[in-house]
Design a protein around this ligand. Structure first.
Ligand SMILES: *Cc1c(COP(=O)(O)O)cnc(C)c1O
Length: 435
């Protein structure tokens, strides 16, 4: 807080925020990667108001709300493959926690049912390097980002740590064409060694957001799916950031025809209006928990506000808008508009990489482009660029020296060009001051 920027927002409309001092800012990170249809969308607002006239909150423990049941059906209809059972919670981290417990208890109950070694030894998880799955303790255990996670090592569990499947900095001897095989082989080596103790592989699909929009080689997600099947380990895919159109498909999994055993959704689920997350499971997972109460097979896990009806109403309105506006089909073209607006800095000597998928774009600033050498982190260049962009009217936040652009999906061409040209100008100005 000692050097906080002290921006406070008074109102917002569409993709624009107005501060208490009257500055208008383009919402370049979609209010933390979750706004979809813009702020104060009339249909979103109306759906929430209408639900408010029915019921604001009831519990989903021992009962449910009609609107929440409807949302579950709508999610089942659009999520990949046979994902068909929905557990609601109130934020992405909690959605991941629920998935972790489901996976462990799944193997426990399967072992009991099949007479395999009981209790099951499958109590660990494989997570990727630089993973980010949220800030609660279980999610932090999976996490691999030094500044966020390292300090808490004494109070968390230790996952089996996989590679960072980065497409920009490839290991010695690995070429872009062989990168997918290389990383898949590394994951397979770990699965060979650890599958007997692994409940699940947990990963963000295609793009590791908080790691700095690290973009995986195409095909890796499908390879991990095959490996999880071969080594009998559940696959948990965390689409909290990538879900709901962000990457150009409704879900990132759709790019590679992958159906995870458990899918975690959050952020964009309510269009970015109200807190909600969902953990969606396939039938085999659900059925392992099915039995009358005396069997004590249920997942003893529930959150007070899980499935909140106002959030459910917002989520349904958001899905209706996705359908009405064919938003997902427009994302590839919009991404192209944003990318072209960055052309003028593509060859800048300190722009190392421009990457991402769909409307999830990161620019990594480096000291030396050829060797991909980062700037010393204490120079805070990413932060300085974002501060300059904010002065120029586009609110963006860095991840280290990666300047992140994750606008609301509804942003139009002109707004995307404004975002791209403002960030380009901020980069040029801040880096010119370096001399
Ligand atoms: C944001 C995020 C989370 C955590 O969601 P919260 O709602 O902040 O708890 C988990 N996983 C990924 C991939 C995320 O980007």
């Amino acid at each position: 807080m000692a050097d906080s920027d002290q921006i406070a927002i008074a109102t917002a409309e569409g993709c624009w925020l107005t501060t208490t001092t009257g500055q208008r800012l383009f919402d370049g990170v979609a209010s933390l990667w979750c706004n979809v249809h813009g702020h104060r969308h009339p249909k979103m607002n109306a759906a929430i108001r209408e639900q408010l006239d029915r019921v604001a909150h009831i519990t989903t423990l021992g009962m449910s709300a009609d609107i929440t049941d409807l949302l579950a059906e709508r999610l089942v209809a659009i999520t990949p493959g046979d994902l068909s059972h929905v557990f609601f919670s109130s934020d992405g981290s909690s959605g991941v926690e629920a998935a972790l417990k489901m996976a462990l208890q799944y193997w426990h109950q399967r072992a009991a049912a099949t007479g395999a070694t009981s209790p099951s030894p499958k109590t660990r998880y494989l997570a990727l390097s630089s993973a980010y799955h949220g800030d609660t303790t279980g999610a932090v255990s999976l996490g691999g980002i030094k500044y966020f996670h390292q300090l808490f090592a004494p109070i968390v569990f230790t996952p089996v740590r996989g590679p960072l499947p980065c497409s920009y900095r490839l290991p010695e001897g690995v070429r872009p064409e062989t990168a997918c095989d290389h990383y898949a082989d590394e994951i397979e080596t770990l699965l060979k060694q650890h599958h007997g103790e692994l409940a699940a592989v947990v990963m963000e699909p295609l793009v590791q957001g908080a790691a700095g929009l690290i973009t995986h080689p195409a095909g890796l997600l499908a390879r991990v799916r095959e490996l999880c099947d071969r080594y009998e380990v559940l696959m948990i895919v965390d689409e909290v950031a990538t879900g709901f159109g962000r990457t150009g498909r409704m879900f990132a999994c759709d790019h590679e025809g992958v159906t995870p055993d458990i899918l975690c959704l959050g952020k964009g689920i309510t269009g970015g209006y109200l807190p909600m997350a969902a953990t969606v499971a396939r039938p085999h997972v659900y059925e392992a928990f099915l039995g009358d109460s005396s069997e004590r097979k249920q997942l003893y896990h529930g959150h007070t506000f899980g499935g909140n009806p106002l959030a459910a109403a917002a989520a349904i309105a958001s899905l209706d808008l996705f359908a009405e506006t064919q938003l997902v089909a427009s994302i590839d073209r919009k991404a192209e508009v944003l990318r072209s607006s960055l052309d003028r800095i593509a060859n800048h000597p300190h722009v190392g990489d421009m990457r991402g998928r769909g409307l999830m774009v990161g620019i990594e600033l480096v000291e030396d482009r050829d060797s991909k050498t980062p700037f010393p982190s204490e120079r805070l260049l990413g932060r300085k660029v974002c501060e300059r962009a904010t002065e120029l009217g586009a609110w963006v936040r860095p991840l280290g020296d990666v300047v992140v652009m994750i606008p609301p999906l509804v942003a139009n061409d002109e707004e995307l060009q404004f975002l791209g040209s403002t960030v380009s100008r901020a980069i040029e100005e801040v880096l010119a001051e370096l001399g």
